[in-house]
Write a protein that binds this ligand. Sequence first.
Ligand code: GLU
Length: 480
Amino acid sequence: MAVKSQISTVKTRIAPSPTGAPHVGTAYVALFNWAFARQNKGKFLLRIEDTDRARFVPQAESQILEALNWLGLSWDEGPFRQSERLPIYLEHAEDLIKKDHAYYCFCSETRLEDVRQKAQKEGLPPRYDRFCRKLDPKIAAGRAKKEKFVVRLKVPEEGTTSFADLIRGEIHFENKVLDDQVLIKSDGYPTYHLAVVVDDHQMGVTHVLRGEEWISSTPKHILLYQAFGWDLPKFAHFPVLREASRAKLSKRHGAVGILEFKEEGYLPEALLNFLALLGWSHPQGKEIFSLDDFAEKFDLRRISTTAPVFDREKLDWMNGEYIRQLGTRQLGIRLKEYLKEYRGMEIDPDILERIAPLVRERIKKLGELEALAGFFFTDVAWTKEELLGGGESGGSASEKLSAAAEILEGFTVWETKKLEEKVRGLAQEKKWEAPALFMLLRVAVTGQTVSPPLFECMEVLGKEKTVSRIKGALKILEAD
Ligand code: GLU
């Protein structure tokens, strides 16, 4: 007898709700979904779950798209929007009513509140008392034409609903603890539970990989699949990311939104590499690896269920490593794009390419460029105190600046080594301490006491700017 084998293409999805700026937890789950699809030569889809109208934030969808695009987690299908599919959910809810797996409920908010309070007093979970479940279906259908209603799932009173979580193993729920979940709300919108099941089925999702906060919803979803007579997808629930204190990620500790990381100047590939190591480890113990390598090697079964710590220091270190790995041209381009997007600056890419090697070892995030090297493209200002900060030792500061300006002005070979030789020669000739002279010049040229190496800065800044800054500083010193 021939055995029919049906191999369905793996399909995963990320299904964020547009209720606010996309959270880094969404990036984490999206990364694993993306990689799992990639590993299995499958497809990854994006669905916007916008059925909660009370929590809907209009700009959130475009932020979700921007965040995923920035990360390079491109989707093969979508974005689908649940709000554009409302009739589909309604039809499915009606189908369930017909099959006696769901029912109309007409209970008012006041009654539901009474039920909740009564349950609370008795120390019971605040569940619906199934009052409308006993209504005659024909009468209920008639009332639904005139009255406000919700549709509820008829959860079996007995039995167990189980599933084999790909990360956690077998999970069981007693049906008697489950509420008769609302499927269609009184505004005609489906709840997440109905919409997610209908969509995952219709869109051919084979693997539902999501955060652990959805574990308790899974039995309801399974009951829905069974009520519709559909095959179940595979489920896996990722651990929730935590701060070192074990608390949920919070703004108090730093960025939580994906686009906040972008704005601070993290590189998407560094953030993804960091996320990949939360709960998972590379089989060769590598810390830094490519997305392709990750997609090839990661294994859901090797994901730990203990809450991974979102170690912000490690992320900074990793981002610094990625910055160091960039070529001069590439780093110049990243800096250019960053300054344009977040500071509205149009900086000549050639200048940035020359600045790149001076800052590459010294910044951990693109956003740190300005504090270190903003003087390359913005004017500098000083106070007398700042210029004299190094103290007056062996010759006055103004004498030093004026001698340096003079010597540099007449200098033709504007190149780091030669510049250093020249200035050192000046210090020797005048018997000035070289470090003090360098510090004074550093403040004059960069407006800062900490900067990339002085003579390299001078070379990149060019003769005209360097000399004019030294003269500008001199003027400040000479003013009363
Ligand atoms: N809309 C849900 C969310 O915002 C999706 C949960 C799921 O992946 O099923 O996270």
